[in-house]
Design a protein around this ligand. Structure first.
Ligand SMILES: [Fe+2]
Length: 188
């Protein structure tokens, strides 16, 4: 693994271990992502830039053996969006190229552990440009959808999570339901 990337992963694991609360963890990790974004030329390979006409593409850069940390490069073609989802983890996101749009939701019912009877209120929109870092924490989970508008250039973003991000809840705002889905990724 590239030295800068290995140092970043090691620093992130040390910071997350030292921070029992997720909010403290992302507070410590956000500046590290800001620095990592300045060095993407050193470690982002062609395999991390894979895209797919059928949907946004999650390219795994590194996952720790014990599953407590994972880093992905996600490639978004114009018009590609996630469904409404949560994460079950803290996360740190940094934009490498393009404009990534985030549309937020707030869960307003009082039963956050239930998969039905979910009430979602639409929240604000954030446009994330290259060099921008954003973070989120769980409990209650951050619920949003992200993607790139049809009229914009493709985007690439780095996503660091406090677990192996192999599944998450997808929400149906109209039906007021959510379901846990398995999600795939590319490995280079
Ligand atoms: Fe997300």
């Amino acid at each position: 693994m590239n030295t800068a990337l290995q140092t970043y992963i090691d620093d992130c694991r040390a910071a997350s271990c030292a921070c029992p609360h997720a909010a403290d963890c992302v507070q410590a990790l956000a500046p590290m992502m800001l620095d990592l974004l300045k060095r993407t030329g050193d470690f982002l390979e062609e395999g991390h830039r894979q895209s797919d006409l059928d949907g946004y593409t999650r390219n795994l850069i590194h996952a720790t053996p014990d599953g407590d940390c994972s880093l992905y490069a996600i490639v978004w073609r114009p018009g590609q969006w996630t469904p409404i989802h949560d994460h079950g983890s803290w996360g740190v996101v940094g934009v490498v190229e393009g404009v990534l749009e985030e549309r937020n939701y707030v869960r307003t019912d009082d039963h956050h552990d239930r998969d039905e009877g979910i009430e979602l209120a639409r929240g604000g929109v954030i446009l994330l440009t290259p060099g921008t870092v954003t973070t989120f924490v769980p409990n209650p989970d951050h619920i949003h959808l992200t993607g790139v508008s049809q009229d914009r250039e493709p985007a690439i973003s780095l996503h660091l999570y406090g677990r192996q991000m192999s599944n998450f809840h997808v929400y149906d705002a109209q039906a007021g339901t959510r379901r846990l889905i398995e999600v795939s990724h590319n490995e280079s």
